[in-house]
Structures are given as structure tokens and as C-alpha cells.
Design a protein around this ligand. Structure first.
Ligand SMILES: *Cc1c(COP(=O)(O)O)cnc(C)c1O
Length: 416
């Protein structure tokens, strides 16, 4: 199915979701981006340059790795992972950022701005700006600036200016609003490098396009390694960019179960999680430039979200995924903070991998479902990032259950 083959007059809409809801003053700027992106998409040289840059700068293609110990331990399906954690700056974010860097250059702009929550997107954008020679300003809620000191340190030392946003709850959605304000004032020389497949059209399409490199590679790699397509593909869903990235490699085949894993936080109940679809707590609305499911109250005020993984802590969801979910093309599940902690321990102890807390949400669902599948079925998990950035959060989360004793006493159980 071609998601981007829009009906007449419905460009940028996926069913009822998507669209462009922005102040009129930005119309010309958005049109310019749409036009430039179309040009890039139709120019075969563009994708070749994009791919080569990622190869040289970020070590692509990232491998697909079989996890024999974890598969054996669970006694069901064979589990494979796509290793987006091996990218420069530690996650899939760089794929989008490098693509938009090339676009910014083509637009003739010299300054980039970006919002960031956990700091991963800001960090990736700051590296790209340094490489391309752009001026760079990163908006981050004050609460997040305090929580994510190491990323702020690197952004500043890479030459970016980091602005601590004081509005609202002082977190991601407030940073997005501040970023939009900057854009309206400085659009003549500034491109807004949006960090996920959300926001006004053409961002959901554009970010999905750049992230499709994950699925294109993974499709070829799993065929080479396992001789066939996977039965199920799991990816965590914040805004929804790494998931739509890998899913695009497997969407043409009807019998592949595509599973999006959201942040279940402390479990069901408004304000206790960041799950828009799995817990059925969100409703359709328009905010931050587009129409989708938002975690909001009856008055349309956005709710607070809660997750152990800062990168999944967002109120809205990719309008393409909302549409695919409605048509039962993508299944949604949620993983709670406690389940994430247990899955992280298991993956570390059996395979020596350290997935980011975000990515561990995908492992939770895969680990829960693998045992009821047969040994010749195949699971592919997108490991969107590495866990180094989570060291303090994980240390805190593990303090109360004597993690050190667990390692000492139980590690042997998971041996060969
Ligand atoms: C930002 C981030 C996510 C969530 O963003 P998506 O747009 O849903 O992919 C997931 N994993 C990691 C490692 C991240 O940094």
C-alpha cells in the first residue's frame, strides 16, 4: 500500500488524521518545504547522497543480530534485533536529522531550530548543525534541562544554544510551542528540524521517508540471515518515527504482524502513562499543527504523561500510525515501567545488549509473546537506541530490588 499516494484535495491526510494547522504566516514556508521535499524524493541522486552520508557519518547499514540465548530461554520464536543503537549519537534520530540537514541546505537556509525532550534529538541536531555549518538553537523544557544534563553539555559544546523553556509544565510540549514561536519570527533563514513523525504535513511524511532506511535495510538483512520475512515486527512508539521507519519495510506483506509498543508508565488511568492507543485513553483533536489522538481532558487541555523512558513521553501520535491502527494494519500494546525494568535485566543478562529504556518497551511485548510462538517463527525487534544515556534512571529503578544481588546470584541461570 502506498501511504503517500494522497487522494485529490487530501494531501497530508491519512484517513481523518494529519493535515496542516498552522498560523497563516507560515504558509509560504511550509509550501517551500513541501516543494523542496518533493524534489528530493523524485531525485534519485538525493537518496544516494543521503545513504552515503549516513554510511560515512553514522556507520550504516546497522546490522540485524540474532539473539540465540534470549530465544532459547523463552522457548518460542527466534528473536532478531535491528541495531539502531549503533548509530552515531546512539539512536535512529540521526537518520531524520541528516535528511533534514540536506533539505535545509537545498532550501538555502543557514539556521536550524529543534525541540527536544530527553535530549536525544537535540543532541543529534547539534552534531548535524556543526557538520553542515548551521547556526543552531535547541528548545528544551526547564525540567528536562535539569534531568538531562549530559545531553545539554554536549549540545552546548557542539556549538548549539540551549534554551530552557519556562512555560507550562516546562517539558516537551512546551518546548515544541516555543520552537513554533521562534519559527514564525525567523522563518526567512530558519528551518525547524522536527524530531519525530508528528506535527503539520509534510513532517509526518518527510520524517517517515528518512526513517524508512531502517525498514529497507532490515527487510534485506532478515532475508539474508533467516531466509524469509519475519512473522512479527516490534517497535516502541513515542511520536512514532522509528516504528513507522521499520514497519515500512514490511507493510506490503499482509501476514506480518506489526506491533507498536507504547509507554504504559504506571499502568492504565489518565495521567499515569503516555499510551494513546493501547489504553484507549486518548481522543481525537487538533494541536501542535496537526490532527491525531492526543492525551487530553474533556476541555482539550493536554494531560501530563508519565514514563520511565523520557523519549516516549509525548501527548500525540504519528497520524499515519493512528490511521493504520484504525484499519488494523498495526497492533498497539503498552509496557509498564516495571515490565521495562524486568525486560532490560533479561536482555542484558542473556545477550549483553543494553537497549535504551524506550527500545526496551518493544522487548517487553516481544518477550511476552515469543513463548507462545513456534521455534521456527521469527520476531524482529527494532532496538531504536542504546541505554548509556539512561544510566542514572536505571540505577535508581534497580536500587529497590537489589539489582547487584540479582546479577551475582542469577546471571548463571541465563548462561548457555
Ligand atoms: C526519541 C526516541 C524514541 C521515540 O521516538 P519515536 O519517534 O517514536 O521513534 C525511541 N527510542 C529512542 C532511543 C529515542 O531516542
Amino acid at each position: 500500500m502506498d501511504l503517500f499516494d494522497f487522494e485529490e484535495g487530501r494531501e497530508g491526510y491519512y484517513g481523518q488524521y494529519g493535515g496542516t494547522f498552522l498560523p497563516e504566516i507560515l504558509t509560504t514556508t511550509i509550501e517551500e518545504i513541501k516543494h523542496c521535499f518533493r524534489e528530493c524524493k523524485n531525485d534519485p541522486g538525493f537518496w544516494a547522497e543521503y545513504e552515503q552520508l549516513l554510511q560515512e557519518y553514522s556507520g550504516r547499514p546497522t546490522p540485524v543480530t540474532h539473539l540465540p540465548n534470549l530465544s532459547r530461554k523463552l522457548g518460542g520464536a527466534q528473536i532478531y534485533v535491528k541495531r539502531e543503537d549503533l548509530n552515531h549519537t546512539g539512536s535512529h534520530k540521526i537518520n531524520n536529522v541528516i535528511g533534514q540537514g540536506l533539505l535545509t541546505r537545498r532550501l538555502g537556509k543557514t539556521r536550524v531550530i529543534a525541540e527536544t525532550g530527553a535530549g536525544q534529538h537535540g543532541f543529534a541536531t547539534a552534531t548535524m548543525a556543526a557538520k553542515f555549518g548551521f547556526e543552531c538553537k535547541i528548545y528544551m523544557g526547564e525540567v528536562d534541562v535539569k534531568r538531562q544534563r549530559p545531553n545539554v553539555f554536549w549540545m552546548e559544546n557542539l556549538g548549539a544554544e540551549v534554551v530552557a523553556v519556562q512555560d507550562g509544565q516546562k517539558t516537551l510540549k512546551d518546548a515544541i510551542n516555543e520552537c513554533l514561536r521562534d519559527w514564525v519570527t525567523n522563518m526567512a533563514n530558519t528551518h525547524y528540524v522536527l524530531g519525530t513523525a508528528c506535527g503539520p504535513h509534510p513532517f509526518p511524511e518527510m520524517v517517515s521517508y528518512f526513517q524508512s532506511i531502517i525498514g529497507r535495510e532490515a527487510k534485506r538483512q532478515i532475508h539474508e540471515l533467516a531466509g524469509r520475512a519475519p512473522d512479527r515486527v516490534y517497535a516502541c512508539v513515542g511520536g512514532g518515527s522509528n516504528s513507522i521507519g521499520i514497519f515500512q519495510g514490511f507493510m506490503d506483506e499482509d501476514n506480518i504482524d506489526l506491533v507498536g509498543c507504547e509507554a504504559g508508565g504506571m499502568g492504565p488511568g489518565l495521567g499515569r502513562h503516555a499510551s494513546r492507543l493501547a489504553y484507549h485513553d486518548a481522543s481525537v483533536g487538533v494541536a501542535q499543527g496537526y490532527k491525531t489522538y492526543f492525551l487530553q481532558n474533556d476541555d482539550g487541555n493536554m494531560l501530563e504523561t508519565q514514563s520511565i523512558a523520557a523519549g516516549l513521553d509525548y501527548i500525540g501520535i504519528n497520524p499515519i500510525l493512528a490511521h493504520l491502527w484504525e484499519h488494523k494494519k498495526v497492533r498497539f500494546e503498552a509496557a509498564t515501567n516495571d515490565e521495562v525494568r524486568e525486560a532490560l535485566k533479561l536482555v542484558m543478562a542473556t545477550e549483553g545488549l543494553i537497549p535504551a529504556l524506550e527500545s526496551t518497551h518493544a522487548f517487553v511485548t516481544a518477550i511476552a509473546e515469543a513463548p507462545s510462538m513456534s521455534k521456527d517463527e521469527i520476531i524482529l525487534v527494532n532496538m531504536s537506541g542504546r541505554g548509556d544515556k539512561d544510566i542514572f534512571t536505571v540505577a535508581d529503578a534497580l536500587e529497590d530490588d537489589h539489582w547487584k544481588a540479582f546479577i551475582k546470584n542469577k546471571a548463571g541461570e541465563y548462561g548457555r
